[in-house]
Ligand binder design. Structure first.
Ligand code: FES
Length: 87
């Protein structure tokens, strides 16, 4: 697959998405970012954050999805374009 960049802007860290992670949260943890989470399955919203640019898709269409289009749950989603996140 084409590699995508995922920028965690406030953390000053950018990673490469190559399809080998289950979620954006997994990628963040591989970069040693310590981010808030609890359920890791799209229920608690602890991992919700603001998307500055780019597109994602949820691993399971059935998970709760924040109403604001720029708010996403990173524990259960993957990028479909290069991303910039406000974390
Ligand atoms: S950690 Fe619970 S919704 Fe993401």
């Amino acid at each position: 697959m084409t590699e995508l960049s995922v920028e965690f802007r406030r953390s000053g860290v950018t990673g490469t998405w190559d399809g080998s992670f289950e979620s954006i949260l997994d990628l963040a943890e591989s970069l040693d970012l310590v981010l808030a989470y609890s359920c890791r399955s799209g229920i608690c919203t602890t991992c919700q954050c603001r998307k500055i640019a780019g597109e994602i898709q949820y691993n399971d269409d059935g998970v709760y999805q924040p109403e604001a289009p720029d708010e996403i749950l990173i524990c259960c989603s993957v990028p479909t374009s290069s991303l910039v996140l406000d974390i």
